[in-house]
Design a protein around this ligand. Sequence first.
Ligand code: NAP
Length: 248
Amino acid sequence: MQDNTSRVALVTGGSRGIGRACVLALARDGFDVAFCYRADDEAARQVEKEAGQFGVRVVSRRADVADGQAVRSFVEEAEDTLGPVDAAVTAAGITRDNPLVLMDDDQWHQVVDTNLDGVYHLCRAVVFSMMKRRTGAIVNISSVAGVYGHASQSNYSATKAGIIGFSRSLAKEVGRSGIRVNAVAPGFIDTDMVAAMNDKARKDITRTIPLRRMGRAEEVGDLVAYLVSDKAEYITGSVLQIDGGITI
Ligand code: NAP
């Protein structure tokens, strides 16, 4: 990619947390952005407004990433409104934690359908057009749980490890077409996803992080914006951890 002027980015799960931070960072860097979310219309309108202040076009719509047709419609509508897609970021994700011995089928399938099928659906919907234009950058949000595992998150970790295998395979497939594919593996980032933790659990976790704090969604947004920019044009197939050192 040459520069970020008048380019188009798609983000899943852009209404809150890390996805929201990606929308804002990409808008700041000059991308027109389309994002989808599942249910929270009010949060989405707010993000549209905030990101629009960077002087770019920002549109959003509900689309459940587990639903392939909904994702295809999201992509088609975005291309009709903004133009061909240069960058795609898959941030939509959920947790349904339980030790495996207590896990039920719904907890397993909801997480797989959203976190893993969701990545497949978006990448499948954008890749052919990127190949034809011989340009594109994809960033899939994994997790350190997908690299190292996490107790009571066998469902979540399986999807996040799957995202890494998927991203590396796709990077090998489409590199010759000028498309880069990377995964970002955050540690504990202070979003709604970790807000359910009580104070003691937060303190216990923070003690295990060498930098002694949770990450900020904006820090992940900045990394994603870097990865889709021309500054990262020799980076593909990588898994970039952003975790305050928790895994060392
Ligand atoms: P979050 O604050 O809970 O936000 C999740 C976002 O995804 C929301 O915009 C939500 O939209 C959207 N979403 C959820 N299910 C969806 C679906 N089926 N279809 C479309 N959109 C959907 O989560 P987060 O902490 O920012 O996490 C974002 C990503 O980073 C996830 O993939 C997560 O696994 C990963 N991650 C997070 C952490 C962390 O510590 N926070 C660490 C590692 C990896 P609605 O509000 O409309 O439901």
